[in-house]
Design a protein around this ligand. Structure first.
Ligand code: DPP
Ligand code: ZN
Length: 874
């Protein structure tokens, strides 16, 4: 496969002004008639160029130029391209192709899911529908006519507004849609199916009435309300916070079961993976509700950050994704608990994105090259990209950031632009110099801040020295220091926030400051202090960096109960737990466990004054994945054992406190999705999980009765998970069977059922995983099922996946080989855990490497898997 470089970008030779599509949909295939109105790009080369269109898996039936059919020798079709050598300055090109959506297992382009036709065109799926210049900087107005059997496909949807519909012969009908906004083809969408329609409406800030519609299979009719309400909240929020009003008269959401991504922001017609949009109290957990709210908002927000202003090329993907994730994160912060949302985002970043940044696929948020763009829909592009936008927000302040955002949308509306255009707008609107800051877009790797301090008692000066270093990543060494906003506070012995005087005559000192780190090493002096303070560093995770500072356990315990920054309170607890667990790795079971940890957790469990949402988060021990990420040469069974020891120790010592916490959070009353109610469910389910971890009999009774009586999925699944991870084999089996029986006709709940087992070190050993794959509800063609068993096993069931005999690795390699032909995007995603082989102790790492080699040696590897495997072995 070829590598594509950002540095080789050239403008398109031809532009498309208008696209006229006609789809004839049949059971044995679809005929696509496309008429493109094309003209030479005035910005392009002076010399006449051949017209080159992209295509993949197409059967070409005819080509017309200005209405006349071209003889076969007037064009060439090869290597995924259609080349017409001689074309005038301006012309129409007609292309007729035949495709087979019913056989499309890659789920790119036009395909079928549960009997309906649907599309996924980002990034390069449109070329699987017809020949087209498939690149985002070619923006055209689309008119789409869909023809299909009326009884099987009563609903026919595409982008924009419906302009015409009618009956055809043989029981067929058609609908024509017109999208007035020029768009790249990756935003094209089509849906045809037997779907029920849910309607609502929204009045925009300027008084326009928008028709809101959801289309779902009839069995899902009762699972739409939450997404619809989320959509309306998102529409209002985007008006209020970003000044963005919706622009078409109709906005549609469709749910499909088979979908590679979470959802897709097609203009006016968002298509969602069912698992990211359908929800009811009975079937969705709190986490699922929150995810749905965030994703509905995310896709809606793309209407401006992605659609009205789009990407020039795919190297700019973070332009729309980083910015839009930042927007949806702020929305979620406003809808729920801001501190908890920040903790969740930082946890994901530190556990998974830092690992990506330290691995063989590391890339800057604006990559310089790729083989297969589908591999770059990554945590780096999305989550780190969002953190970079957040740093700009914090550097500029809310008002100037909003001006920058307004300027960006106004300046580039209708254009396909670059991340640099975004930064430039922020700079122009605010006057803040973002010159050095731009390195965040170019350099990969997670900066490491090493902090040291000393206190000059005689002069009352506390000096903090910060060194920054950015590790080498593939293809990048000797990196330049970046501009890092470093938020901090200092606490006095009584827990009070100390004034931060950067000079002796600072009159109005703040108690929190953001230091601008720009040099390899910088020192800061804080004046007028009478004692050595405890530093609270990188508050609210002000930059996506690692911080090393020799905290003592006393200091961490102190911060855990005194830091006014909720995020850093949580962080101190995490650091303490990490330190305790790490100190036990490889130690005999007789080694003492830090006694103050028990006291700290007892205090937390009983602290009803502190925000209970924060308490619920603080009670979560650092995950095994995070502990792996922090180690140099990870020995998973040893990490698992040490963590289990701490968990058992805490649960035994705190048994009565856990029971009291459970009772206190017994719920009752109506199911609500407020932060308080969510925190309460989280606390009671954590207490239950800990009690079952030590096979407590009272816990067992509580879990069984909660399982039977729960009126919502959070509690039912919480009880099920606790039972599955306990030593009560009979209860586990009984609960799993009862759960399946009750929900066997609900695919989303069956996926939960699979993942509870696949993630469990008690119920998810390899023979049991094989049984799940043979279960009648498992389906290799459905990405959600593959993820809920295979990806969950490899990503969340660490002790089973890292079985010292290598069986977990070989299992994963086998599934990757199996999926590579049918769905390369999903296959490439599954490889991820193996790419980290250098992170593990050699006995593990070498076997992981061998498994990768086993994938590499498969005949005819997809470009997707080829890129990941070869880069990982390089
Ligand atoms: N559907 C993906 C997202 O919204 C890609 N655009 O992030
Ligand atoms: Zn997105």
């Amino acid at each position: 496969p070829q590598t594509i470089y950002l540095s080789e970008y050239t403008v398109p030779a031809y532009l498309v002004d208008h696209v006229d599509l006609r789809f004839e949909l049949f059971e044995d295939g679809a005929r696509v008639h496309s008429t493109l109105t094309i003209r030479r790009n005035p910005q392009g080369s002076e010399l006449a160029q051949p017209l080159v269109l992209d295509g993949d898996s197409l059967t070409l039936e005819a080509v017309h130029l200005n209405g006349d059919e071209l003889a076969p020798d007037a064009y060439e079709e090869h290597d995924g391209q259609l080349v017409v050598a001689n074309v005038p300055e301006a012309f129409t090109l007609g292309v007729v192709t035949w495709i087979e959506p019913q056989n499309n297992t890659r789920l790119e382009g036009l395909y079928k899911s549960s009997g309906m036709f649907c599309t996924q065109c980002e990034a390069e799926g449109f070329r699987c529908i017809t020949y087209y210049p498939d690149r985002p900087d070619v923006m055209a107005r689309f008119r789409t006519r869909i023809e299909a059997d009326r009884s099987a496909y009563p609903v026919l949807l595409s982008n924009g507004n419906p302009v015409e519909q009618g009956a055809l012969e043989d029981g067929r009908h058609f609908v024509t849609w017109e999208d007035p906004f020029p768009k790249p083809c990756y935003l094209f969408a089509l849906v045809a199916g037997d779907l029920v329609e849910k309607r609502d409406s929204f009045t925009t800030v300027s008084g326009r009435n928008i028709d809101l519609r959801m289309y779902v299979e009839p069995r899902n009719a009762e699972k739409c309300d939450f997404a619809m309400d989320s959509l309306k909240r998102a529409m209002r929020w985007d008006e209020e916070v970003f000044g963005r009003e919706y622009d078409l008269d109709i906005f549609m959401i469709v749910a499909v079961d088979d979908f590679n991504m979470g959802a897709m922001e097609n203009k006016g017609l968002n298509i969602f993976n069912s698992s990211c949009v359908l929800a009811s109290q009975d079937t969705a957990t709190d986490a699922a509700f929150q995810r749905i709210e965030a994703i509905v908002a995310h896709e809606y927000f793309h209407n401006w950050s992605g659609n009205r202003v789009t990407c020039r090329d795919w190297f700019q993907l973070s332009l729309k994704e980083g910015f839009t994730v930042f927007r949806d994160a702020r929305f979620s912060e406003d809808m729920g608990s801001p501190t908890v949302k920040r903790i969740e985002d930082a946890t994901l970043l530190r556990t998974a994105q830092f690992a990506e940044d330290a691995g063989p696929m590391a890339h800057p948020i604006r990559p310089a090259s790729y083989m297969e763009i589908s591999n770059f829909y990554t945590l780096t592009i999305y989550e780190k990209g969002a953190e970079v936008v957040r740093m700009i927000y914090n550097l500029l302040g809310p008002a100037a950031f909003r001006e920058g955002s307004d300027l960006y949308f106004q300046r580039h509306d209708g254009q396909a632009v670059t991340t640099d255009d975004f930064v430039q707008a922020m700079e122009d609107a605010s006057g803040v110099d973002l010159g050095q800051f731009r390195l965040w877009y170019e350099q990969a790797g997670t900066p490491v801040l090493t902090v040291s301090d000393d206190f000059d008692e005689a002069r009352g000066i506390y000096r903090l020295t910060v060194e920054q270093a950015i590790p080498d990543t593939p293809g990048q060494t000797d990196k330049k220091p970046q501009h890092i906003p470093f938020a901090l506070g200092l606490l006095g012995a009584g827990g009070e926030s100390l004034p931060l005087r950067l000079s002796a005559d600072d009159e109005a000192p703040q108690t929190e400051r953001v230091l601008d780190l720009r040099e390899p090493t910088q020192s800061f002096e804080f004046h007028g202090l009478s004692e050595k303070p405890v530093p609270s560093l990188l508050r609210h995770f002000s930059a996506p960096v690692r911080v090393n500072y020799p905290w003592t356990r006393e200091q961490l315990l102190f911060l855990m109960s005194h830091d006014p920054d909720g995020f850093n309170r949580w962080d101190a607890g995490q650091r303490l737990a990490v330190d305790v667990i790490q100190s036990l790795i490889g130690q005999p079971d007789s080694a003492e466990i830090e006694p103050r940890l028990v006291d700290a957790y007892r205090h937390l469990l009983n602290d009803t004054d502190l925000d209970q949402a924060l308490v619920a988060k603080m009670l979560q021990l650092p995950s095994e994945a995070y502990l792996v990420e922090l180690s140099e040469s990870a020995d998973v069974p040893a990490i698992h054992h040490a963590r289990e020891r701490v968990l058992n120790h805490l649960a035994v010592a705190l048994r009565d406190d856990l029971l009291a916490c459970y009772e206190r959070n017994q719920g009752g009353g109506d199911y609500q999705l407020t932060p308080t109610a969510i925190a309460s469910r989280s606390l009671r389910n954590t207490a239950l999980a800990w009690l079952l971890h030590i096979d407590d009999e009272r816990g067992r009774e509580l879990a069984n009765s909660q399982f039977e009586q729960a009126d919502n999925m959070t509690d039912r699944l919480g009880a099920l998970r606790a039972l599955v991870n306990s030593g009560f084999d009979e209860d586990r089996t009984r609960a799993l069977d009862a759960f399946y029986e009750r929900f066997s006709d609900d695919p989303q709940v069956v996926e939960l059922w699979f993942s509870v087992q696949a993630s469990s070190s008690k119920a998810g050993q390899l023979p049991q995983i094989h049984r799940l794959l043979e279960h009648p509800a498992f389906d290799w063609k459905n990405p959600n099922k593959v993820r809920s068993v295979v990806a969950v096993f490899a990503g969340q069931n660490l002790p089973a996946f890292h079985n010292p005999d290598g069986s977990g690795y070989n299992f994963l390699a086998e599934q990757v080989r199996r999926l590579d032909d049918s769905n390369p995007q999903i296959a490439a995603r599954l490889v991820t855990p193996l790419t980290r082989w250098r992170k593990f102790a050699p006995t593990y790492g070498q076997q992981m490497k061998a498994a990768l080699e086993g994938i590499r040696d498969k005949q005819s590897l997809s470009r997707d898997v080829y890129e990941v495997v070869h880069k990982s072995l390089a």
